[in-house]
Design a protein around this ligand. Sequence first.
Ligand code: FAD
Length: 305
Amino acid sequence: MEQLMRDFFLFMAKNKTFTSLAKRYGLRFGASRFVAGASLKSSISAIKRLNEKGMPVTIDHLGEFVDNEAEANEMTNHCIEAIEAISREKLDSQLSLKMTSMGLDISDELVMKNMRRIMDAAVKHNVFITIDMEDYTRCEKTLKIFKQLKSEYDNISTVIQAYLYRSLKDVQDLNDYQPNLRLVKGAYKEPAEVAYPDKKDVDDNFKKLIETHILNGNYTAVATHDDEIIRFTKELVEKHSIPYDQFEFQMLYGIRTERQDQLMKEGYKMRIYVPYGNDWYGYFMRRLAERPANVVFVLKGVFGK
Ligand code: FAD
């Protein structure tokens, strides 16, 4: 039953009619639990509330898979406006982005031109950028661009997904760049040719990646809601006397908020990934697919308490 609901929400996430209706009508159906606002302006108060609590954030303007140059340029402009707003509003915030929105699927020239525009603004305003990792078909290209940009700019990181067989080698290869990396389980549906089908293998690989990257002396963002991975990380840093400013935990906005508070109170850096924007529908459906139990919450949002 749970698998059926997962597949249903992943299928719904790709529905073009609902996506465009959602853009028109603003946040609905309890989406505001997972999406801070339909615009950056309307999200700023939620971001400031997190900052005031002591939690830094990384903001993400929702939207993926842009297939024409004009839209890619427009998404790039949005990123630059977000960087300027972070600086203007004095937010304790980084920026996360997906390169398919900047023209990754269109041409190497376009995506590099747009990424350099974003990085120049980020340097100017002292904002740190993370390139989110998308599906496997874009992994190689994303890492290649990351290496290029990392050799030109300091304030950039990317993401490594524990479900991919290749990831441990990627973490080892990237060590030459001493990168700040966000480590995650991985969010896309990938075939067994490239990714571990079993959760247990993904979790074991996640631990290997965390251990390798932290013990190589690199800054590590452990992005998970999984208590076992959090416990492992805490023990690892304790055992090797890793300073608390060499790693952080990251969680998604609205997910396990009590755990977020607890980790922060224990003295760990707890960064919240805050998505915003009118293209919220697909993101919201994927969060429901991850945990169909959240549907109960959504139904309460639709039908009242
Ligand atoms: P799971 O095994 O999914 O969950 C472990 C436990 O956490 C569950 O048993 C449950 O107790 C709790 N939990 C999980 N989800 C929920 C929920 N919705 N509500 C309540 N409790 C819940 N993926 C990418 O592929 N690329 C990226 O760039 C990327 N960036 C990310 C950035 C951040 C900050 C985070 C937190 C995740 C990111 N992800 C990314 C998603 C990631 O890959 C996973 O799909 C997602 O985090 C779920 O995995 P998990 O580690 O939380 O563990």
